[in-house]
Ligand binder design. Structure first.
Ligand SMILES: CSCCC(=O)C(=O)COP(=O)(O)O
Ligand SMILES: [Zn+2]
Length: 206
């Protein structure tokens, strides 16, 4: 069984991430969801419909590795299947963060085939990247209200392609992850910066 101290610590980290994202406009109007691993079989995840800039401990619950609710009476994020799929695939994964920024939303609509990021120094904030001279592909999946089907679609892509550092859902937002909440939060910041640069570059060079 996971340790209560870990539940408290991860919840605090996710609350702080939510405030940070909301201040930057990346989780408007209850959008977004966050989770962290507690042990091999348990995750803490945001409850559905909560405002992610105003979370407290009541805004979280514990689910099992298939997304089954282990906190009676609580409703997990509608997108829980997208989180558990990632944890199941990668035992070293410690956190998954999903945001809905304007830049991610717009760029995903402008590039339904995927976004290519290259030539940016900030790419080095992402795992396994040690030079600006890489070509990083961020896949864009069509949005789907059937979340288990969307999770299966994303997982299928992961089997056929080198695993991305994050992905976009068209007209919806960003999913990224990391070994810790801090790492995943840095990846959100890096992607959001890169998406803003890319959108502005397209505007200026149109
Ligand atoms: C108001 S945003 C629509 C739902 C969504 O995409 C999202 O990220 C939040 O859903 P949740 O059930 O996790 O609150
Ligand atoms: Zn969403």
């Amino acid at each position: 069984m996971f340790r209560t101290e870990d539940l408290g610590a991860r919840t605090e980290e996710l609350i702080r991430a939510g405030r940070f994202f909301f201040e930057r406009g990346w989780v408007p109007a209850t959008a977004g969801n966050f989770s962290a691993r507690l042990d091999e079989r348990h995750l803490v995840i945001t409850a559905s419909g909560r405002h992610k800039g105003e979370l407290d401990a009541e805004g979280f619950l514990v689910v099992g590795q298939e997304g089954e609710v282990l906190s009676p009476g609580r409703k997990p994020s509608a997108e829980t299947a997208l989180h558990v799929m990632l944890y199941r695939r990668e035992p070293s994964l410690g956190a998954v963060l999903h945001t809905h920024s304007r830049s991610a939303t717009l760029l995903s609509r402008l590039s339904p085939g995927g976004v290519v990021l290259e030539g940016y120094e900030v790419l080095k904030a992402l795992p396994g990247v040690d030079t600006h001279a890489v070509r990083l592909e961020v896949p864009v999946f069509p949005n789907d209200q059937d979340i288990p089907r969307l999770a299966a679609h994303v997982e299928h892509y992961f089997r056929e392609h080198p695993e991305p550092r994050g992905y976009l859902i068209e007209g919806h937002g960003l999913y990224t992850w990391g070994r810790t909440v801090g790492d995943a939060r840095r990846h959100v910041e890096a992607f959001e910066f890169l998406f803003e640069c890319e959108l502005e570059l397209r505007r200026l060079t149109r």
